[in-house]
Design a protein around this ligand. Structure first.
Ligand code: SF4
Length: 413
């Protein structure tokens, strides 16, 4: 896989070295068990796969290149480049400005743009309508286009479904930039509908089977179907694609459920005309991160720390998987660990930060799962590890533990 030129400050002396070593030891990713770092009084289980993915590194490389190549010019990002506050803040400190926030709300009027400005398209891609706006300002939106190729792959899949007469069902969060972009591209060639989860798939199934009528469809899926969508016509042949960062198991359940619904309505004999088996369109990073999370959860740990931006979809799914099994704290930076006894963390279900006391169990050793989302720099995960370690005075040093790790045959990059 291509390697990217990303600033050194995003890498780290512990986490990046461990990750690189695992890659060298197991290039085909046959082993998803975590790395165990035993500091004596505290043991960390580090996920086999997490952190910056292909699309994020690609976006970072292009954005820093845009800064380097255009001194003195005004540089705008359509919205957050990726969902990580540290990375976005660093770009802002270097003079980059955001035109919109993540919900699509305009922060800077299009009218201030001139043909001399640079506009960077984020890793999630953008809508055709926004691309048109930028073109109208005589700015080439593709010059610094960081749209991830795995997102473009979904757009291509949706396009080919449409050309073959299928309606596209997008499993995604309709307010997420990537899903808005996928919807915009997909509706060019096919009727398109966004559904959020399996319960909405069940509702859609009821509409397909005539248990619910069209007016209920328009009410329930308001704002999430393409113009002119007619449920009596457009739900006879369907295919499912997804936002690349959804929970893989949920996309599979949705596809399986809708396959059964279409079979019930049109019979198994005719299913190929009515349901296109697209397989899931999750990207490799989401797949690997979720698989590595299942690997982590096989360990008997006392708590988990999941690091990432609170608006990061893939991080929230890792959090959900961990949180089902053990006390889990979703934090954006090491600063959120306020002291040995207090942590400020994101309550994903209520979308707000909470402070929890006595979050580290009184045990010896304490076993901690540590992982992050695809947009989180290794350096931040390192800071989290070091901060926790600082509370264990009798813990072995990082140098000793790293030397032990590399002396047991693990490859050193
Ligand atoms: S998570 Fe996947 S789709 Fe998203 S930027 Fe990374 S590689 Fe691309």
């Amino acid at each position: 896989m291509k390697t990217f030129d990303i600033p050194l400050f995003y890498k780290s002396p512990v986490i990046s070295r461990i990750k690189n070593s695992r890659k060298l030891n197991d290039p085909r990713k046959t082993d998803y068990s975590p790395t165990e770092l035993d500091f004596g009084s505290v043991i960390f289980y580090i996920a086999r796969h997490f952190g910056f993915c292909y699309g994020v590194e690609n976006a970072i490389e292009i954005s820093y290149k845009a800064l380097e190549e255009n001194p003195g010019k005004r540089i705008f990002l359509l919205s957050e480049m990726i969902h990580n506050p540290d990375v976005n803040n660093d770009l802002v400190e270097r003079g980059v400005k955001f035109l919109m926030d993540t919900s699509g709300k305009q922060l800077i009027d299009w009218n201030i743009l001139t043909s001399d400005d640079i506009v960077i398209v984020p890793a999630f891609g953008t809508t055709l309508e926004i691309e048109k706006q930028i073109n109208q300002k005589s700015i080439d939106p593709l010059k610094y286009n960081t749209t991830c190729p795995f997102v473009e792959k979904v757009w291509n899949r949706a396009d080919s479904l449409g050309k073959n007469g299928f309606t596209v069902i997008v499993h995604g969060k309709y307010k997420h930039e990537e899903t808005r972009a996928t919807f915009s591209h997909s509706k060019e060639s096919s009727p398109t509908l966004i559904i959020r989860d399996i319960s909405e798939a069940v509702t859609l199934g009821d509409i397909i089977l005539g248990k619910k009528n069209s007016s209920e469809f328009y009410k329930i899926f308001s704002d999430r179907y393409s113009a002119g969508f007619d449920p009596s016509r457009d739900l006879n042949s369907i295919g499912v694609v997804n936002q690349t960062t959804m929970l893989a198991t949920e996309t599979q359940s949705i596809a399986d459920y809708l396959y059964d619904v279409m079979t019930e309505k049109f019979s198994l004999e005719n299913i190929r005309e009515h349901f296109s088996d697209t397989r899931d369109t999750l990207c490799y990073a989401t797949h690997d991160n979720q698989k590595a999370t299942y690997g982590l959860l096989e360990k008997k740990a006392d708590m988990a720390l999941v690091v990432g931006g609170y608006n990061s979809s893939n991080t929230s799914h890792i959090y959900e998987l961990c949180e089902e099994k053990l006390p889990t704290y979703f934090i954006s930076t090491a600063d959120k660990i306020l002291s040995k006894i207090a942590i400020s963390h994101f309550d994903f279900y209520n979308q707000k930060e909470l402070t929890t006391s006595n979050f580290i169990p009184q045990k010896n050793p304490v076993k901690i799962i540590l992982t992050s989302g695809a947009s989180c720099p290794d350096s931040i995960v390192d800071e989290v590890l070091q901060k926790i370690l600082s509370y264990f005075e009798d813990a072995k040093s990082i140098d000793d533990v790293m030397n032990e790790y590399f002396s047991t045959g693990n490859k050193l990059n």
